[in-house]
Design a protein. Structure first.
Length: 277
């Protein structure tokens, strides 16, 4: 896909996620919208992984440590053919459904149970180290939130990744400066994230996390540093829906009917503008 098509796909998936959350009255709206562009870049342009080769040994691994933003991931997997969209829309957040509020391995495309914050990077270190030992070409990608940087297990994993020179590991921080109860600085100050990871021996890059062209460019940039790579993706929580943007209360908020309809109008206008571009 070219950049314009990627932008359209991001708007389409934001709209589907918005509809899924509203229809089932459950989801992490702001977090989903924040990282939509990151998932689109990975699944439609960067990763060597698809629904047909997912079970093969040497394909890339994606781990979503910020597992609460699972609705956008479900929509990506449905669009890419890993899961059935009709089944998702019917059974999301219902009794005995595999499509619950955090990732599980009951869903094709999800290799680990995640959502207990702070664990994803350690899983990624294990996968990347195993790939090194097997001389596998696979690359491992881990998406974290900035709020979870307060977890001590993150830093144990960060130290391990540098110790083992895991240049086949890319961690991405969805850096929107907000978490469930407020700003990251007011809850547990993690900034400057970049300096902390550099001190732990990582190659650190920063990017506009809602700019698809910039995301694809940085995610496909060769890593010749012999270090794991951290990408600080500066994003807007609730991106794409004005009422939800930069609002901590939209971490787990469900839109009202009026907010829902206004959000649909905004997303439709964004798509129309892209179609006329």
């Amino acid at each position: 896909m070219d950049t314009l098509e990627l932008k359209k796909k991001a708007v389409e998936l934001r709209k589907r996620t918005w509809q899924l959350i509203y229809n089932h009255k459950n989801g992490h709206t702001g977090s989903d919208l924040s990282c939509a562009d990151i998932l689109v870049a990975l699944y439609y342009s960067v990763m060597n992984q698809n629904a047909d080769n997912f079970d093969q040994k040497d394909v890339d691994t994606y781990i979503q440590s910020k597992g609460h933003a699972v609705e956008i991931w479900y929509e990506v997997l449905a669009d890419r053919g890993y899961i059935d969209r009709d089944d998702l829309e019917k059974r999301y957040s219902t009794f005995n459904s595999p499509y619950i509020g955090h990732p599980t391995t009951d869903v094709k495309g999800m290799e680990f149970h995640t959502g207990s914050l702070g664990h994803g990077l350690g899983l990624g270190v294990g996968v990347a180290l195993a790939a090194k030992m097997d001389n596998s070409p696979k690359h491992t990608y881990v998406l974290m939130g900035d709020g979870e940087q307060a977890e001590g297990s993150v830093w144990e994993a960060a130290m391990s990744a540098a110790n083992y020179s895991l240049d086949n590991l890319t961690a991405i921080v969805d850096h929107n400066d907000l978490q469930i109860t407020g700003t990251t600085d007011s809850v547990m100050r993690s900034n400057p994230i970049s300096d902390k990871y550099r001190a732990f021996g990582w190659d650190v890059q920063e990017v506009d996390g809602n700019d698809l062209a910039a995301l694809v460019d940085i995610l496909t940039k060769p890593n010749n540093t012999n270090k794991p790579r951290l990408i600080v993706a500066n994003t807007v929580k609730g991106k794409g829906i004005t009422a939800a943007e930069n609002r901590a209360d939209w971490h787990h908020k469900i839109p009202t009917e009026a907010e829902y309809q206004e959000g649909l109008r905004e997303l439709d206008a964004q798509m129309e503008a892209l179609n006329n571009d």
